[in-house]
Design a protein. Structure first.
Length: 183
């Protein structure tokens, strides 16, 4: 409750609109279509600030596309949070799949059909890395999509601002933009 000129006003809870199946399919397919570019795999010389700009550009484009698709405003922060959630679910499923294949569990958790291509991409990437003697860390963190040594070098701008990852930086930037936009 807030007091406004001698009266109490209730803060209205924000209604968070769930992503529709159409939005989920679009987001996963767009992410996979631009996967290598999103993570800077085509540019071994990409700096963290360049990667940050690339990722923010994709998040903004996808938010705009989703807003048009459903005629409901989607923000880049919502898109980032949804992608993080999708990636976490896919990674948990892959962990469970490996336990299932090893006989450690008797049943796989359910997986939404729109996430199947994402799981397939991660398994393909894991197999490719395994053939090179590397391993992909299927952890809960959105930031662990590359082997740790594959992160781009810090540039002059990023050096003093070192954070956990490019995705942490993006999340922080989008949170600040959200606060500035809404007061």
């Amino acid at each position: 409750l807030q007091k406004t000129e001698h009266r109490q006003v209730r803060n209205k809870p924000r209604v968070i609109l769930q992503f529709s199946s159409e939005e989920n399919r679009y987001l996963v397919s767009s992410f996979l279509a631009h996967y290598d570019e999103y993570y800077g795999h085509h540019s071994s010389e990409a700096t963290r600030s360049a990667l940050r700009s690339i990722k923010i550009g994709f998040l903004e484009k996808w938010a705009e596309d989703l807003s048009v698709l459903r005629n409901r405003k989607r923000t880049s922060l919502q898109v980032l949070q949804k992608m993080k959630k999708n990636i976490n679910i896919a990674n948990h499923y892959i962990k469970a799949l490996k336990k299932y294949q090893a006989g450690e569990i008797s049943q796989l958790p359910p997986l939404q059909s729109y996430l199947e291509p994402l799981v397939a991409k991660f398994l393909e990437e894991d197999q490719h890395l395994h053939s090179q003697g590397l391993s992909r860390n299927f952890c809960d963190d959105f930031n662990e999509l590359w082997p740790m040594d594959a992160y781009p070098p810090l540039d002059d701008v990023d050096g003093p601002l070192v954070s956990g990852s490019v995705d942490d930086d993006i999340f922080m930037i989008l949170q600040m933009c959200k606060r500035w936009s809404f007061g």
